[in-house]
Design a protein around this ligand. Structure first.
Ligand code: NAD
Ligand code: WQD
Length: 370
């Protein structure tokens, strides 16, 4: 299978590139390096011993994307490109809506013109909002998001779902009328897989690629890693007065290589591969399917701090501070659908997560910069 990964030089994209290449698929990457560098792809090639077709481009630049997609004609696009910092999205909503929505609309227009019909989208558990009770199943209602970043994911899910539905209706209509599709019509029904990630953490076991946040990390694991390696003094735990066993929030932390392997399964599924439990083997999806990618097991902030201390061999300094605005107390997946339909489940636990995160951080204390 030929895959094209938008945002493929980023954290999850680069790990997915490794998993795709390891599974014997071809990989092209489009990235404008707004939050990454080409070095990540050089390392993907080093890990796998395989070549990646690399394009520097903005996914919202339609003429350029038409050129790239025409040259590659991928069987499946995996759309990672996007801005993802929750706090920044509150301060810069216009930039977030422009970038995240525009990249998806541009891709949809290009795909329709070129007759490309398969797309896997990076969504987030953040679309479940605050009112659902974990474990979240895929049919739990999409909730009210607490920030513009979350809304962009919510909206992109909706846009892709609506486009898939309309494409199927249009193809039926054309077929009934005995007509062939024009430039602005779908040649076959669009197939969409929405993947709702929980909390991706860890790194490839080689220690060559990993998460490389710019500035002060917003997320727990990169912050803990930077404290452990001596780049920061201590972690602030955002509240220990929640209604949980140790008072800190619980999340579903998933090893990024498990997540990456989930993308391989999703892309294979979209092209017609089915687990044995499913009957209609060999049939392209045609429509929208949504999967949680999580482990189903929650860990608290203090459990993660303790696990990281075990992995790096010394305690990670922390202080308890105030709650962070917008945090939900508990979030974890019901991961059963991905297991049953994709034949995928996470296999790495928190000790492997912390071991691999520490391996990456201790060998690359300043990320890709040195
Ligand atoms: P990342 O920032 O490391 O990767 C995103 C990549 O997209 C970067 O390489 C960036 O340079 C690129 N990019 C952004 N806008 C672009 C544009 N207009 N044109 C071309 N490239 C562009 O983030 P990540 O953690 O790897 O996340 C990948 C995707 O998964 C994002 O869509 C993110 O919202 C989503 N997601 C991430 C998490 C998480 O916790 N990391 C959780 C849920 C969903
Ligand atoms: C995890 C836990 C914090 C930092 C975010 C996005 C979500 C998704 C994944 C993209 C929470 C606590 C954190 C710190 C802390 N991203 N914490 N001190 O908030 O679950 O999810 O990333 O889609 O949309 O919101 O992840 O890693 O920020 O926080 O105590 O310095 O760690 O309060 O309980 P979160 P996180």
């Amino acid at each position: 299978m030929k895959t094209l990964l938008t945002g493929g030089a980023g954290y999850i994209g680069s790990h997915t590139a490794v998993a795709m290449l390891d599974a014997g698929h071809e990989v092209a990457v489009v990235d404008n390096y707004v939050n990454s560098s080409a070095e990540a792809i050089a390392r993907v090639e080093k890990i796998t011993g395989k070549k990646v077709a690399l394009y520097e481009a903005d996914v919202a630049d339609k003429p350029r994307m038409m050129e790239i997609l025409k040259a590659e004609m991928p069987d499946c696009i995996i759309h990672f490109a996007g801005l993802k910092a929750v706090g920044e999205s509150v301060a810069m909503p216009v930039e977030y809506y422009r970038n995240n929505i525009d990249t998806t609309l541009t891709l949809l227009e290009c795909m329709r013109e070129l007759g490309l019909t398969n797309i896997v989208f990076s969504s987030s558990a953040t679309v479940y909002g605050e009112d659902n009770v974990p474990p979240f199943t895929e049919d739990a209602p999409k909730g009210m998001c607490t920030n513009p970043y979350g809304w962009t994911k919510w909206m992109q899910e909706q846009m892709l779902t609506d486009a898939a539905k309309a494409s199927a209706a249009e193809c039926e209509k054309l077929k009934a009328a005995g007509k062939t599709a024009g430039k602005d019509e779908w040649k076959s029904p669009l197939s969409v897989v929405l993947l709702r990630y929980f909390n991706p953490v860890g790194a490839h076991e080689s220690g060559l690629i990993g998460e490389d946040p710019q500035g002060i990390p917003n997320n727990l694991m990169p912050f803990i890693s930077q404290v452990a390696v001596g780049r920061r003094d201590h972690l602030t735990v955002f509240g220990d007065d929640y209604d949980t066993p140790d008072g800190t929030c619980r999340r579903d932390y998933i090893h990024v290589m498990d997540l990456a392997e989930g993308h391989v399964k999703a892309a294979e599924y979209i092209l017609g591969k089915r687990s044995e439990a499913e009957e209609e083997s060999g049939k392209p999806l045609g429509g929208t399917e949504v999967f949680n990618l999580g482990t189903g097991s929650p860990y608290s902030v203090l459990e993660m701090v303790a696990a990281f201390g075990r992995a790096c061999g010394h305690a990670v300094a922390y202080e308890v501070g105030a709650r962070r605005a917008g945090d939900v107390q508990d979030s974890w997946a019901d991961a059963e659908k991905a297991r049953a339909v994709l034949g995928w489940q996470a296999s790495r636990g928190i000790d492997e997560i912390c071991r691999d995160a520490w391996n990456w951080q201790s060998h690359n204390p300043h990320g890709y910069k040195e």
